[in-house]
Design a protein around this ligand. Structure first.
Ligand code: EPZ
Length: 422
């Protein structure tokens, strides 16, 4: 078990390259199951959720090679199983992404229901209803989804609410269905656009990229292909907030501003300055008075829920009172009680947190409870007076590739140490 020891108060300065997007990779990897052969995913981030997906795909018979310049190759010529077992899916909800591709390619898929999460509920009704519309027979048996279909057929599918996972699953399945599928109210996150790019490279016929209406004309077979994974907009946003909360100045190499307009705009509202150049984002927060700014999360291009915890940490160091409301997940606030241990003044009412900024956060021992909660504790520790210990950083390692090295490169005093503390 590892923990971070952070000595706060250091301004972050310098340049850092952002890694590939976790939430793109977790869709791109299962998509390769739709073809037989060797596909190549460039800029795949070396983080734990990717390794968990690799293990799941290996169990299905996929041969993988992940070398040290972030090229992940997947050979799907010899699929030996269409079952995603509970022990895998319970670790990572995104495992449910294998459902659509296995069903579409092999006519059968047995995937464990995801089970609980640090917050929730996180149902998959939209995935299941969509696959049924495509003609799948679906049964729920002993905690497993069992899906069968000789050949899926096109359908008109309307999502009551945009869902990244359901859009991905239905999109992948529809590529091999007979006929045309229209997905209305599709998620427009950049990770879905990245998935569409790979599927088109594989021979899929998809219109409506970057819009909320996707039209897919099913084909009989798809070919293995290659794609560049997009940069991780949440890692980029987290690093930008790290610079802002420490009143420093950094440049993110590889950041795509159009993936982060909502976050960049909010950062500017707090008095930070943002400069955009070819594939680089610079933030200058040198000696600013951090202005408190309200945020309400929403689906893309709204402010991302995956940046909600980080914003609450930032607002804890701002002048004034701010409100952060999460409309995507109504109870994603497990970081709040840990932030108050650092001296933050936050109250939660329903799906909103009200933050009264304090002049100085004070270092303490805190415990990570989920991926983005752990990121928020690291951010607060960077600004806090004295030493902060963040326990259970295995949560953080699920979604960030060696975050402590990136922060150290920017001048942070942060060390990863192993500990028997749990
Ligand atoms: C993806 O999860 C991301 N994960 C999440 O990132 C992210 O928070 C989320 O999208 C929202 O942006 C991956 O891409 C691997 P959803 P997903 O389906 O697909 C409800 C992180 O920190 N819903 O878009 O599971 C759901 O309860 C992770 O990197 C249904 O009601 O999210 C939620 O309220 C955390 N029924 C809303 O839709 C369904 O069948 C959005 O969920 C599916 C979802």
């Amino acid at each position: 078990m590892d923990k971070f020891i952070i000595t706060g108060g250091k301004k972050l300065e310098g340049r850092v390259r952002v890694s590939g997007a976790k939430n793109a990779s977790l869709a791109l990897m299962p998509a390769t199951l739709l073809a037989s052969g060797v596909s190549k995913l460039n800029f795949t981030p070396a983080l734990n959720d990717v390794y968990t997906m690799i293990k799941l795909l290996n169990q299905l018979g996929v041969e993988t090679n992940f070398n040290d310049d972030f090229l992940l190759t997947l050979d799907t010529k010899n699929i030996t199983s269409q079952t995603a077992p509970y022990e895998h899916v319970k670790k990572m909800r995104a495992s449910v992404y294998v459902l659509g591709p296995l069903l579409a390619k092999y006519g059968f898929a047995k995937v464990s229901l995801p089970g609980g999460c640090a917050w929730g509920p996180r149902p998959i009704n939209l995935h299941i209803e969509g696959l049924k519309k495509l003609g799948a027979e679906i049964e729920l048996e002993q905690g497993y989804i069992i899906a069968k279909s000789d050949r899926l057929h096109g359908a008109k599918i309307n999502f009551d609410k945009p869902s990244v996972g359901a859009t991905g699953n239905i999109l992948m399945a529809a590529c091999l269905a007979k006929g045309t599928t229209v997905i209305n109210n599709a998620a427009m996150e950049p990770e879905i656009t990245n998935l569409v790019q790979l599927l088109i490279n594989m021979g899929a016929k998809i219109n409506g990229i970057n819009t909320s209406i996707l039209e897919i004309e099913g084909v009989d077979t798809l070919q293995p292909a290659e794609v560049n994974t997009i940069p991780d907009r949440i890692e980029a946003g987290t690093l930008l907030v790290a610079a802002a909360i420490t009143k420093g100045k950094i440049t993110i190499e590889g950041g795509i501003d159009s993936h982060l307009y909502s976050v960049l705009s909010k950062l500017e509202d707090t008095n930070a300055k943002i400069f955009i150049s070819e594939n680089e984002i610079t933030i200058d927060a040198t000696d600013i008075d951090i202005q408190s700014v309200d945020v309400t999360t929403g689906v893309f291009p709204g402010y991302p829920t995956d940046m909600q915890a980080q914003w609450i940490a930032y607002m804890s160091a701002a002048k004034g009172v701010s409100t952060v409301t999460d409309t995507v997940y109504l109870d994603r606030f497990s970081h709040v009680s840990e932030l108050t241990r650092l001296g933050a003044e936050i109250t939660v009412q329903d799906n909103s947190a009200i933050i009264k900024g304090v002049p100085k956060l004070k270092g303490a021992k805190v415990m990570s409870t989920d991926l983005r909660a752990s990121a928020s504790l690291v951010l607060a520790g960077l600004a806090a007076e004295g030493t902060t210990e963040v326990l259970r950083v295995y949560h953080l390692d699920r979604g960030y590739e060696k975050l402590e090295n990136k922060l150290k490169q920017l001048g942070a005093e942060i060390e990863r140490v192993s500990t028997s503390e749990f």
